[in-house]
Design a protein around this ligand. Structure first.
Ligand code: SF4
Ligand code: MG
Length: 458
């Protein structure tokens, strides 16, 4: 999912519209925004894309100078309007709105406990437990939010809004990205910096692990609700999820992905005629591989602009249809050629098999697959949609077996060390590069205090 917040701008809703549109790749299922005008909340949520959900009339009704917004893809398959965010509640004499990117691993326990003592939940979203924890506290909203955040375990970026305050928080490991920018006198918060660029805001910095920022009439207060733990920003943000024009932790994503590609070339060179990347996420890495090897980069695969991200379709059936609608091989480019095909990850293996076959059907004589991440063996519990371990192909098969299964002539994955060195950035000296690598190495940064079933995050 993606979140976007504005503090102190007379047209908070328009900025949010453009911001959320720039974060659309983080979730295409539903979206929403809530704007505060000092007295009440004006809000709207709907299923679908930002440009579908918000028309001119809607936008005109969203008056106010503070807002939080959200684009969602469900990590639990529970895709319905009630779970669209921001979630909005009556709170004391006013209102409370919450938008999250991430997943709370101990939400089922907290929810159970709250239900036992009388809470009635409106949604199946794990975000709602935070609202209940805040509402039940007798402290003011900032102290109540600190207590609530200290109780939850997981990977998350939170935007919390009352009628006169905006709160911004990152989990103790900084698993999910959230950045702060400035536009004139206004503060802007966004899951990714690409959305700041869109609205002309200047990137100030990333929100740090365990931080809680409070914005109100007294300005910006930089506070924290807990001590930071080891920095563990999601490696999949670098590999696949974030847009190439975003900066994460001090480094540009396109540049990081190019380095992943050139590192891949050093680790697993293969003689071939052309290099092609699976659009859009692997184009940067393919350019890096081509630059490093001297094999020309070509557009062997084309993406239809009018389809969304296949992985973000909640069911396997939709995903499978999605791949065919989305990609075509370019016969004039690949026919008679030995092709190196760069992709960012293999999760179930179905997409990869289809793309290899597309290239072969279009006349490629050899297809060598290079994946710019290590084998994806373990599920994510922090808000990236991944299947159970039994569906993760790398958890059950060797590289040779996967190679046969995807019908490739050869297959190689980037090493964890290669990934860490390619990411670079502010944490380059840390042995894990300031990254969470749990889906590759099973080293989860938090306790996994959950029942193994419910993953109703975002
Ligand atoms: Fe990201 Fe993998 Fe960690 Fe999940 S487990 S937060 S996908 S690196
Ligand atoms: Mg892909």
């Amino acid at each position: 999912c993606g979140v976007f917040g504005v503090y102190g701008h007379s047209d908070a809703a328009s900025l949010s519209y453009y911001g959320l549109h720039s974060l659309q790749h983080r979730g295409e299922e539903s979206c929403g925004m809530c704007v505060a005008d000092g007295k009440e909340f004006n809000y709207h949520r709907g299923m679908g894309l930002v440009k579908e959900v918000f028309d001119k009339e809607r936008m005109a009704s969203l008056v106010g100078n503070m807002s939080i917004g959200h684009v969602r893809y469900s990590t639990s398959g529970d895709s319905r309007l009630a779970n669209a965010q921001p979630l909005i509640f009556k709170y004391r004499d006013g209102d409370l709105a919450i938008a999250t990117n991430g997943n709370i691993v101990n939400a089922p326990q907290i929810r159970h406990e709250l239900e036992q003592s009388g809470s009635i939940f409106q949604t199946t979203s794990d975000t709602e437990v935070v609202a209940h924890l805040i509402a039940r506290s007798s402290k003011d909203v900032v102290e109540a939010a600190k207590d609530a955040l200290a109780r939850i375990v997981g990977g998350y970026a939170f935007l919390i809004m009352t009628n006169d305050k905006l709160l911004v928080a990152s989990d103790p490991h900084g698993l999910r990205p959230i950045t702060m920018g400035k536009l004139g006198e206004s503060y802007i918060f966004s899951s990714e910096s690409c959305a700041l660029e869109t609205i002309g805001a200047e990137l100030l910095r990333d929100i740090q692990p365990g931080e809680l920022l409070v914005l109100d009439k007294d300005g910006l207060k930089e506070d924290r609700y807990t001590e930071p733990q080891r920095k563990a920003l999601c490696a999949m943000e670098y590999i696949y999820f974030a847009r190439p024009d975003s900066d994460l932790n001090g480094s540009n994503l396109h540049a990081s992905r190019k380095r992943m590609g050139s590192r891949m070339a050093l680790e697993a060179f293969v003689d071939a005629d052309i290099v092609t990347g699976v659009p859009d996420s692997s184009i940067s890495a393919a350019i890096g591989y081509a630059e490093q090897t001297g094999i020309p980069y070509e557009l062997g695969l084309i993406k239809n602009k009018y389809t969304g991200r296949t992985f973000i379709q909640p069911s396997q059936e939709l995903r499978e249809k999605g791949v065919k609608m989305k990609l075509s091989a370019v016969r004039g480019v690949v026919e008679g050629q030995r092709v190196v095909m760069i992709d960012d990850s293999i999760v179930r293996g179905t997409t990869c098999l289809r793309i290899v076959n597309l290239l072969r059907e279009a006349g490629a004589t050899e297809v060598h697959v290079r994946i710019t991440s290590p084998p994806f063996k373990n599920p994510c519990y922090y808000g990236i949609d991944t299947p159970d371990r039994k569906e993760l192909i790398a958890s059950n098969k060797t590289v040779e077996e996967i190679c046969r299964e995807i019908n490739a002539d050869s297959l190689a994955f980037l090493s964890p060390e290669g990934l860490i060195s390619a990411v670079g950035g502010d944490n380059a000296s840390d042995p894990s590069g300031g990254l969470c690598l749990a889906c590759f190495n099973n080293d989860y940064p938090t306790t996994l205090d959950f029942d193994g079933e419910e993953k109703a995050g975002c």
